[in-house]
Every structure is written in C-alpha cells, then in structure tokens.
Design a protein around this ligand. Structure first.
Ligand SMILES: [Zn+2]
Length: 496
C-alpha cells in the first residue's frame, strides 16, 4: 500500500519546506520531489501544513474505572478528530497501572478500541511497587507517574485527593521525600523517566490553614494553592534528579515561579524537563467570570503574568512538551460548586487547534509547535524516531493543517463522552484538516474515517535499558533501532 502526499509544506523542528512524501505500508519511504512510483492513493496538500503527527502525552481516559466520564474508545476518537495520532494514557485508572502484568492487560484491552496509537504510563506508589519499576520500563512504559500530593485507597485503588476524608489505615500515603529519592535512584538505574504532579503538600496545607475556611471564590482557590507550592516541589525534584541522575519531568507546569525553578535546574545541567497545557496558555483568572467551575484544574490556572511566563518558556525551549491533561467530568460533577467540583478539564480534541491558532497569531513559530507537539514529546518519552519525525523509516503519521480556514469550537461536534470544553464557542484561526495514522486517513475535517486502527507503541528509553531488552519485544524494526540516538535526552531536548 503506497500513499503519496504532494505539494504540502512540511513543518519540522528544523524548518519548513515544500516537499512530497511517499509512504509505504505505514512508514515514510521517501521525502522529496514526486517520483514515478505507482501509488494506491494520492493526497493533494497544496496550501496545507504537514506536521509530524501530534502526540498528546497527557490523557486521562478513566478506563477502566470511571467510564461514565470518558473511555478509551471515545478519547482516542476525540484525539483523531483533533489531529492527534498518538496519545499517552495516564495510569490512574481503577486499578492503576502499577505492574507489568496490569500494563499488558491494559495494552490488550485498549488495543481493541483505539482510534490512534497509544503509549502507557506506569504509576509509582513509592515503596509499594518499587520492585515493578524496571519491569514497567521493560514492558515499554513511556514514563512513571508520581502523584506526589495524592494518596491511593487500599481497597478501591482510587486516588484520594483529600487525605482528611479517609481513615489512615485505608490509605497508601503519597511517598515521602525518602521514598521518592529511592524511586529516582531506581528510575535512573533503568534509564527511565519519572514525571510528577509538582505541588508541595506542606505548602498547600499551610495556605489552607491561613485561609481558614473552605474556598468560596476563585481568588481563594489561588490563595489556597499558591505558586510557591509548585516551585518548592520542582526545586526538590531538581535536587533529587541531581543527586541520582534520574530524568525528572514536571507535568502541567502552571506558574511563573514554577518556570523559574525549572530554568534554574536546567541552567545547572540537571536533567529536568517540563510540560505545560493549553488551558494555562489560553486562560487566566480573568476568565473565571465567563467559564466558572469548568476551568477548575490542579495546579490552578493563575494570572496573566503566569500565562506570559509559560508562553516565554514554550518559545525558548524551557518547556519540552505540551500535553492536554485531558480529564473530563460530567456536567453534574462540574456543577457542584467551586469547592466540591472535581478538578480537570477536557482537552485532547482541542490541543492541536488551540496551538495552531496561537501559531497563526504569531504566538509561536511553526518549528516550535512541531517540536512541542511532536518531536520534543517523542524524544522525551522514548518514541523517536518512530514517532515525531518526518524521516524515511518513521511511522507515516501526519497532521494536516489548513492555515487559511477558521475553526469554531463546538462541543456538539466533539467525540468525548463528556465534551465540556472551555473553548466552546471560540473562533480559532486555522483548522485541523486531516489526520493520518501509519498511512491511513483516520479523520477528515473533524470527522472520523474508517474503523479504529490504533496500536500500542512501546517506549524505548535507551540510556540504561538497551542491553537488557530485546528490540524485537519493543515493536521496533531493526533499521529504526539503529537510527535511535544513543541518548534519548540530547541537549536539544533542553534547549532546541
Ligand atoms: Zn493529569
């Protein structure tokens, strides 16, 4: 099966060029002038931007467990419609992905319904599953997620956000600093990646005590969860990373103070990377009057000054990757009022469109968008160059963008189970025209095409694991194996 894409403008982290692409059996065969090879299908991409398929590294599909909010079939359809060809699924399901056995179970289950390719995160429970970390990476986990501030319920295996709500004997408490230190040592030993929700529990508790009553306004949300909680936690992460050599990734960075802590660590050569999310780049506390509880997320969306610091960090490479932190809830759950409503926002379907709009408005260069939504993310999670690259041998995953079109975000057209979107009604410049997964068109103009064909992608974190893993087990061809950089964390991941 051969597909040719002609006349498109290819956009990679290194620049843009007008070039044709020939794909064969799901991978890129050749890039350059159209040749004379016979093809089964041809797409004219004149006037369109051709990105390596967007990757959303931060999706909570709630499956299995809380599937009244979302499930994997819905979230991956939403991803495909939004231009995402690979998503990385967070592990805090019920049960969570805490062992290689659960990893394989989950891979099989999701493989039956996935509309896009997917990677799986593992979950760290401190000492409880320290012995499973190596096996999770050997299975191909994209990273290990540490919910630094949350406990886990022993019986229900659900995350517990408010520790005071539960009897202590029912809880697996969030790992203390010593346990995280041991975890870092183990992740460093196997050459993996540790990622965490960085907000210091002690700082939050002090802020809540100072407030003295349950939150009643958005200003109090920010008072009860100060930016210092994020910065302190990142500083601790940086020291743990420096002491152990562990690669540490800060998910959903939300504040200027947080970015300052990330920069400081990177300047000193600590292998600390950071993510932010489109809601932190699109909204500020000013939007609460309009959006209400829908925009409640943790860490919270802060002021315009924080937003501008995050944009600077995306532009200068301090932020390696942008993820949606897709975490839908029902309308009823979100309608419970500011104090009681769960934190989390819809996002996998709008991630691409929101960033394309920012690019077309001059907010970031096309190369930078290509990096943050594709190559940088693929490198970070051990998926490059199979994913995130427009190179011969890479998967033929593409996101085609029409820069001259306009997108009106409309939840009625979305594919999630609970498509409550803070972008609903917004007019965005540009449109996700087509999503192509391994040479197959899977979405066109926001509508799904064909049957689900997503597959598990096993990460290959190369520093430390190469000798103990059979490349065949990881689902890579040997050609690609050879092309993988010996170090998945080149300097460009810090500062490209
Ligand atoms: Zn999350």
């Amino acid at each position: 099966m051969r597909l040719r894409i002609v006349n498109g403008t290819l956009v990679t982290s290194r620049g843009t060029s007008t070039s044709d692409l020939v794909c064969r059996d799901g991978t890129i065969e050749r890039i350059g002038e159209a040749g004379h090879e016979s093809v089964d299908d041809q797409i004219d991409a004149r006037g369109l931007l051709v990105f390596p398929g967007f990757i959303d590294p931060h999706v909570h599909s709630r499956d299995p467990g809380l599937t009244h909010k979302e499930d994997f079939a819905h979230s991956t359809r939403a991803a495909a419609a939004g231009g995402v060809t690979t998503l990385l699924e967070m592990p805090n399901t019920i049960p969570p992905v805490t062992s290689a056995a659960i990893f394989e179970e989950r891979a099989t289950q999701h493989g039956r319904v996935a509309s896009v390719d997917f990677g799986l995160w593992g979950l760290a429970l401190g000492a409880e599953n320290l012995s499973q970390i190596a096996a999770l990476f050997r299975a191909g986990a994209v990273g290990i997620k540490l919910f630094w501030v949350y406990a886990l319920h022993r019986q229900t295996r659900m995350l517990v956000y408010n520790l005071a709500d539960e009897a202590a004997e029912n809880l697996i408490l969030p790992p203390d600093t010593g346990e995280v230190f041991e975890l870092c040592r183990e992740v460093a030993r196997v050459g993996g990646l540790l990622a965490a929700h960085c907000e210091d529990r002690g700082v939050i508790a002090a802020a809540e005590r100072a407030l003295g009553h349950p939150i009643t306004s958005y200003a109090e949300v920010l008072q009860a969860r100060p930016a210092a909680a994020e910065a302190v936690s990142i500083a601790v992460a940086a020291e743990l990373g420096a002491a152990t050599g562990c690669r540490f990734h800060v998910v959903h960075t939300a504040s200027r103070s947080g970015i300052r802590a990330v920069r400081r660590a990177q300047r000193e050569g600590v292998r600390l990377t950071a993510e932010t999310c489109p809601h932190y780049l699109s909204f500020s506390d000013d939007n609460f009057a309009e959006l209400g509880v829908m925009m409640k997320v943790y860490p919270p969306i802060r002021g315009l000054d924080d937003q501008s610091a995050l944009w600077d960090a995306v532009r200068d490479g301090t932020i390696t990757s942008i993820g949606s932190d897709h975490a839908p809830h029902t309308e009823q759950e979100k309608g419970q009022g500011l104090a009681a409503a769960p934190a989390g926002v819809h996002g996998v379907e709008t991630l691409g469109a929101v960033l394309v709009d920012a690019m077309l408005n001059g907010g970031l260069a096309p190369e930078r968008l290509s990096w943050a939504l594709s190559e940088g993310t693929a490198r970070l999670y051990g998926l490059h160059p199979r994913k995130g690259a427009l190179e011969p041998g890479s998967d033929a995953d593409f996101t085609l963008v029409d820069p001259s079109a306009t997108t009106i975000v409309n939840t009625a057209r979305m594919h999630s189970k609970q498509p409550l979107s803070p972008w609903h009604g917004r007019s965005l410049r540009g449109a996700i025209k087509m999503t192509i997964l391994r040479g197959n068109v899977i979405a066109r103009d926001g509508e799904i095409v064909g049957l689900p064909r997503g597959r598990l992608v096993r990460a290959r974190h190369t520093n430390g694991l190469t000798k103990s893993v059979d490349p065949g087990d990881l689902g890579f061809t040997h050609e690609l194996e050879d092309a993988v950089s010996p170090d998945v964390m080149p300097a460009t991941v810090f500062n490209a």
